[in-house]
Design a binder for this molecule. Structure first.
Ligand SMILES: O=C(O)CCC(=O)C(=O)O
Ligand SMILES: [Fe+2]
Length: 202
């Protein structure tokens, strides 16, 4: 099946590709991940108080890929075979978008409904290197990922992420843009997988 690739920005390179897998594979993967992963809702410390994050997540990857996020260390779950297959499929699709890459880990986010969310951030932890390539696969309910320029050089914008799509945030994106999955009056489960390549820190 031909994959349709839309260039959203040339610089930094931001691409959206869909459909990635086609059906029934994409629907089956959503159901498998929902049912089989050890979803967790960790708490984060914010202004001295503990808050459960407004979504569930699983961190998965090669054994040596540990990751620091919002002041906590996460150690990866071993690759679920379905996620390892998806990783290989994403890596195969990257050269078509002109940004070859590889990944040793993935953060999976599960949003039960439109109330669940992720706040403004850049994926710019030191473990990711100076100009990381991050590939985000979306499954389930279509929601917008909102982007804003750190220097406010232009208006913020939405990228709607349909079921079975791949968003490629190329090198440089995390330096100049932040992104957030804001709450929306939308029902339905959404699972995203953000593939990364982390190096040991220290
Ligand atoms: O759920 C999404 O599409 C965004 C996830 C994200 O920004 C992240 O995992 O860093
Ligand atoms: Fe992110």
């Amino acid at each position: 099946m031909p994959i349709d690739i839309e260039m959203l920005l040339p610089d930094p390179p931001l691409w959206l590709a869909a459909p990635l897998m086609g059906e029934p594979d994409a629907a089956r993967l959503l159901a498998t991940l929902d049912a089989e992963l050890p979803w967790q809702r960790p708490t984060l410390r914010l202004y001295g108080r503990e808050h459960a994050i407004p979504r569930c997540q699983v961190w998965m990857g090669d054994p040596e890929a540990s990751y620091r996020y919002s002041g906590r260390d996460f150690y990866p779950e071993p690759w679920h075979p379905a996620v390892a297959d998806l990783r290989d499929r994403v890596v195969d699709a990257l050269p078509t978008a002109g940004v070859p890459g590889r990944f040793n880990s993935v953060l999976l986010n599960r949003y039960a409904n439109g109330d669940e969310k992720m706040g403004w951030h850049s994926d710019d932890e030191p473990e990711l290197g100076v100009a990381p390539l991050i590939a985000a696969v979306s499954l389930g309910c279509e929601r917008p990922l909102r982007f804003r320029w750190k220097d406010r050089r232009a208006e913020a914008f939405n990228v709607w992420l349909p079921h079975d799509s791949l968003l490629v945030m190329g090198p440089g994106t995390q330096r100049v843009l932040q992104h957030a999955l804001l709450p929306r009056r939308l029902p339905g489960l959404r699972i995203s997988l953000t593939f990364r390549d982390t190096r040991p820190s220290g």
